[in-house]
Design a protein around this ligand. Sequence first.
Ligand code: NAI
Length: 706
Amino acid sequence: MRHLKLDTDAQGVALLTIDVADRPMNVLMPEVEAELAEAVARVRADAGIRGLIIVSGKANGFIAGADLKEFVEAYERKTTQAQGAERSRQFQRLFRSLETCGKPVAIAMNGLALGGGLELCLAGHYRVLSDNPKAVVGLPECGIGLLPGAGGTQRLPRLIGVENALPMMLSGRHVKPAEALKLGIVHELATPGEEVAVARRWIDSQPDPRQPWDKPGFRVEPASVFIAETRASTLRETHGNYPAPLAILGCVAEGVPLPIDDGLEVEARYFGQLLAGPVARNLIRTTFINRGLADKLARRPKGIDKAPAQKLAVLGAGTMGGGIAFAAAQAGIPVVLLDSSGDLAERAKAAISVRLAQDVAKGRLAQDKADALLARITPTADYALLADCDFAIEAVFEDAAIKAQVIARAEAALPATAVFASNTSALPIGGLARTSLRPGQFVGMHFFSPVERMVLVEIIAGQETRPETLARTFDLAGQLKKTPILVNDGPGFYSTRVVNAYINEGLDLLTEGVAPALIEDAARQAGMPVGPLALADEVGLDLGLKIARQVDTLEAGRSRAVATLDQMVRQGRRVGRKSGTGFYDYPEGGAKRLWPGLAALYPPAAEQPGVEEIKQRLLYAQALEAARCVEDGVVTHMPDGDLGSLLGWGFPSYTGGTLSLIDTLGIANFVEACERLAARHGVHFAPSAWLKEKAGRGENFYPPVV
Ligand code: NAI
């Protein structure tokens, strides 16, 4: 056996060590399962073995789960529901054979046991968990669009009750040792290193080698009211966009009242449905695989030494500049925070100080840490202080002339080797770089608001941006713990362009007489975190207008949206959320409300469209704009497009992102739908010849799995 080792001692206790070859952590995959089946058969058949202890051969935990590669490819390989169900049954048969092998089985868990790893443990008769701070157990499958299909949905509720098991499976949360013991997921905690000895003591006590559910008279409290309430709240939260939580509810409601083998069959059927559908593929690919690659800076130009920023200049101490300075100071980088007056810069630092004080008061931050962080920020209006900064980020007003002035003054003060990045929302980097003395060192570094919460940063390569500059920008993104995507230049680059398409579609609906509450609600039902009108307010209507004027030159027939924003700004509804007036009112201390004045400006039509139609328009407008970004060469790497949409503005994760949404439908179907929308709602929905040709060739955005 390559991954497993079975040793039996003189007293007839077998020790099965799992140490999956060539992997940093133990994962379940067919090869490992086959060896496990062989080991179980040997234990069952060998009369000299009176008990089994299963341990991990890796110091970093027990088993991290099943290998995701298999599951992400299942959809591409056109796995059917029946085949998916059969995959679940393979796991189930293996674990069932373990718990019915006739010998007591103890699991000595030295740490982390997640997903299939925990499901294996649940098939043991006795679980001992190491009481160490890194040890966690959990069933996180729901988060990747699947369910615990190796018996987890059946054993966990039978073990700890439906009311404990269901929330744990729906949230996928990690449970620490003390709670695992309290809930009854494990029987005993052990001092780290003592797990096997504790397991051994249990085996020596000559226990009954049967599971509770295999003993006569076993039953679980039905909890039907709890299940019904959980189903209702799940539907409210997910709007039915995510099949996995509903499938888990189905497994528990239908399977747990039955004998275990029948319950497992219910689980297998639901698992098959999920594995054959696109949502699991979308969630795994985008949130795990693409995200992992981005975090590992896979797009950083190769062969260039790492060069972390030593001292950062932030030019413009407003919303974004303040946030960037805060993030940098938090990462240990000294920051010169410059604004047009010393007062304004001081004020930005004072705002950071207030936030830190709140964190200290709430016990989230130690006073000395807060002091050190604050001491790293030097507020000023004096450009001479930039003399030793090796990286500068500009975040002044969105105005090309003002930016040009700031670039010139800063470059005169900065060292000749410094990188200069602009946080512009939409001005082309090439245009700004023309005002720079060193266009090779000029780059776009587009953060999202609020900077401390949003993990995405969009790096924009101008035509002249050198690879060394990009590498240093990636390095800074890494220092700031942001997830970078890399796109090419153009008005609005990628994210602003697509967000603009979303807001514009919302504004179109408004001017067509669709009730604003209906627009906003449909957007949330589609899975967007905020409606297009609320998002326009977040951006600020005056900034939105500037952006729309920049970006809309790309699209035909878009002047209507510019006109709407213009009209709102002329009504004095200017700065959205910041000023308390936009499409919404923001009463002090109260929740935001749609501005009643909207009804007079955009009278609702007598007949309103259906929610599905609005949802489709809002999502497809974004997806189509993302496809145009690929066509224009702004997005060259599909994961950048998908990840940018998920992390940048919360495009719903069940779709996998803007481009995966199209791939899931198939480009040909998407093109057809857009043509129908174009006929009814305007040429901005017309798919390009390029996209139609791609559809004609039967291509996808992502290459097929071979
Ligand atoms: P803001 O209005 O809050 O801050 C701009 C700051 O720049 C102000 O403190 C202002 O005093 C300062 N400033 C203006 N002219 C200056 C000069 N000549 N020298 C030095 N400082 C000067 O604006 P915000 O929202 O922080 O935006 C800044 C930049 O970031 C803009 O280019 C914007 O498009 C971009 N951006 C904004 C996002 C947002 O959500 N607010 C998101 C991503 C990018």
